[in-house]
Design a protein around this ligand. Structure first.
Ligand SMILES: *Cc1c(COP(=O)(O)O)cnc(C)c1O
Length: 425
């Protein structure tokens, strides 16, 4: 017979999120055996897993899991019959979700050797993973990430937004970073499986979305600089609300004219992990001065707009909406691409071109786009000590209109004539 402790390790991790959720007697009795899912809160190194005999155990959600051999610990894997009570909602405070990690039930994992093909991906309980200290991703930054969202519709079904675009972008990034990548089908199927397995974490309509984070990394050991001998594709998810602490209020940007995010010939155009540690210094300095984020200029002329740390930028003047052209140093955002199409469908003229920083001075509106930020209005931009304000409060009319069309499409509230959404039920 299984002990309570063993069962507790297979219970959903939200038990450790807040003391008030330590209500389950088996969970509290077994607290000292719980895997360390949340290192920020649990500093000591508890046993990472309990050795289970290969056996089928009922998980707390009524799904069945069994242990499999894997180099990753906490490696309990879903069997085929997990779909039972997917319609239930997780027991968390759904109002006021921010953009932080809430651990969910399952993550997806798939491996491949250098020169091989990805196959046999599987869901596992969400938890820590184990890597060789010499893993390519840890030593040389051979890694990519993606980001997309799932929304819950009023009828309970779930919508993904253009997941095949994320798959294609990961494949382009993988080519640049000398990594094998899942096929578009493998990627999209893996996203669907992961979302359905974590369905109870998709916020109710209007409360937010499930952020989906696919990772691709060189997980094999290398010492000399070279592509890793093995790769891991992983997907984890977290329910999220607003990205900026401002919520839906306009953000305030500062133009950075010394540090740069990307260089011609570099990797700015792909979502490789190293691009993001590199912007922390400028971002931290900006936040310390009260700004929301940094707006980068091109590194050659220091004159043309590029983008913000993790979102694209648009400038509105009359009926014309301009955004920096994609030329290798700007991340080709899927939200950017979608907003360009939405804006044209709404009768705006959209220009992808070099946008000189001076144009910020007499713009009517500025807004940012990205999966995480959706469409964020910019309230002011500060450049060389001069602050240029936009609007009085809240969204500008154009940003509001585009935000409204895009989000209603993503949430299934209007007809998807573009065929952008993928429905899961
Ligand atoms: C991810 C990202 C974006 C936005 O891309 P979306 O596909 O719209 O989410 C923009 N800029 C950078 C630097 C990014 O990493």
């Amino acid at each position: 017979m299984q002990s309570n402790a063993v069962l507790a390790t297979l219970q959903p991790n939200y038990n450790i999120l807040s003391p008030s959720r330590f209500y389950s007697s088996s969970a509290s009795a077994a607290a000292t055996f719980l895997p360390v899912f949340y290192p920020q809160r649990t500093r000591f190194s508890a046993p990472q897993y309990l050795k289970l005999d290969k056996q089928v155990l009922a998980s707390a959600s009524g799904r069945y899991v069994h242990e499999v051999k894997s180099p990753f610990k906490n490696a309990a894997v879903l069997s085929d019959s997990y779909s039972s009570e997917a319609s239930e909602l997780a027991d968390i405070e759904w109002d006021n979700l921010g953009f932080g990690l809430l651990p969910t039930d399952y993550m997806y994992m798939m491996k491949c050797s250098q020169g091989g093909n990805f196959s046999k991906g599987e869901l596992q309980r969400f938890g820590n993973i184990e890597l060789n200290p010499s893993a390519g991703v840890l030593n040389y930054g051979q890694g990519l990430f993606e980001g997309l969202k799932a929304y819950r519709k009023e009828d309970g079904n779930i919508l993904l937004f253009r997941p095949e675009e994320n798959a294609l972008r990961m494949r382009q990034g993988a080519e640049r970073m000398c990594m094998p990548a899942p096929t578009v089908d493998q990627f999209v199927e893996a996203v669907k499986e992961t979302v359905l397995a974590n369905k109870r974490w998709v916020p109710p309509p209007g409360k937010g979305s499930l952020y989906i984070r696919p990772l691709l990394m060189g997980s094999g050991a290398v010492l000399g600089l070279a592509p890793a001998p093995e790769y891991t594709f992983l997907i984890y998810v977290s329910p999220v609300g607003n990205y900026f602490k401002e919520g839906v209020a306009p953000i305030n940007l500062i133009v950075e004219h010394e540090l740069h995010r990307a260089t011609p010939g570099g990797t700015g155009g792909v979502k490789t992990i190293g691009n993001y540690a590199a912007v922390l210094k400028a971002q931290s300095a900006a936040k310390a001065k009260g700004y929301s984020d940094v707006l980068y200029l091109d590194c050659v002329h220091k004159k043309y707009l590029e983008e913000v740390s993790s979102c694209n930028i648009f400038v509105v003047k009359g009926n014309v909406i301009s955004t920096p052209a994609i030329k290798g140093t700007i991340l080709p955002g899927i939200t950017r691409k979608s907003i360009i199409d939405v804006a044209r469908s709404q009768g705006f003229q959209v220009e992808e071109r070099f946008v000189p920083v001076d144009e910020l001075l007499d713009a009517d509106e500025v807004f940012c786009t990205g999966t995480a930020v959706v469409v964020s209005p910019v309230g002011s931009i500060t450049y060389k000590g001069k602050r240029v304000p936009y609007g009085v409060d809240g969204f500008g009319a154009v940003a509001q209109q585009l935000y409204s069309v895009l989000t209603r499409l993503q949430m299934g509230l209007i007809d998807d004539k573009m065929n952008w959404t993928v429905e899961l039920s």
